[in-house]
Design a protein around this ligand. Sequence first.
Ligand code: BG6
Length: 278
Amino acid sequence: MYKLKKLPNGFEYIEIKNSSASAKIALNGAHIFHYQQTTKEPLLWLSEISDFENEKSIRGGIPICWPWFGMNKNENLPQHGFARMSLFELTNISELAPNNTQVSFILKDTQESRKLWPYSFILEYTLTVSDKLSLELKTTNKDSKDFKITQALHSYFKISDILDVAIIGLDKKPYLDALTMKDGIQDGKISFDTEVDRIYKEVDSKINLIDKDKIISIENKGSSSTVVWNPWIDKCLRMSAMKGDAYKRFVCIESANALDDFKIIKPNQTHTLKATVY
Ligand code: BG6
């Protein structure tokens, strides 16, 4: 079952319920902000004080960072690109099975987008809501020249307490510490007792987020970089749409193409970034 819902301010989202899971996906940013397997608690963290407005990104869920991840060299351009603030077109909803619903969106270049990024493109995003959540983000170059993208599926995972979680699967991987701009090599599991903002490279296997009573798994395709982020106390207080103690209840593990894992896409060629979380 699914329903298209609209808030009084015109913000539209799709609500999905099937026998395996439920989900809510906004047309603005094609942003999934709720996903929950039927017998479990929500997988994604969502800020209690998030905005739900067109042209703004929701704080939590899985924003799409595209066509660049992080800051652009031109500091007047929005951090993490413009896709997360753009209205996507809903192209398809299919109930493939009683436990499997698939939703597809498309974003194409406009006069406005070309002011920010001067290329013609098609961005297609398909979400499959079942006992796993699968996300497929396909970029097609519709321009006459090559273009370069970096990107991320910026997943905010809901956790019991930041002090009680660990990430495994990135041991021995090189990373760039975005706080110091120094390179490092991961030694063992990742746990948190301070701000962490790192881009891991050469990522080639499943990542597990171990919490007290659950394990969240992330599998990626078309991506060899993963961002791990928690703002900790001071940055959390400075973040928009985030309560002061919100850092305790989420960790971001972002399936990315970042740093030297950028993609150059030739005219009429595509690149697909895929993440499956459960
Ligand atoms: C992460 C970055 O991906 O996103 C952080 O590594 C950043 O540096 C965070 O603070 C949130 O960004 P934003 O633009 O959503 O506030």
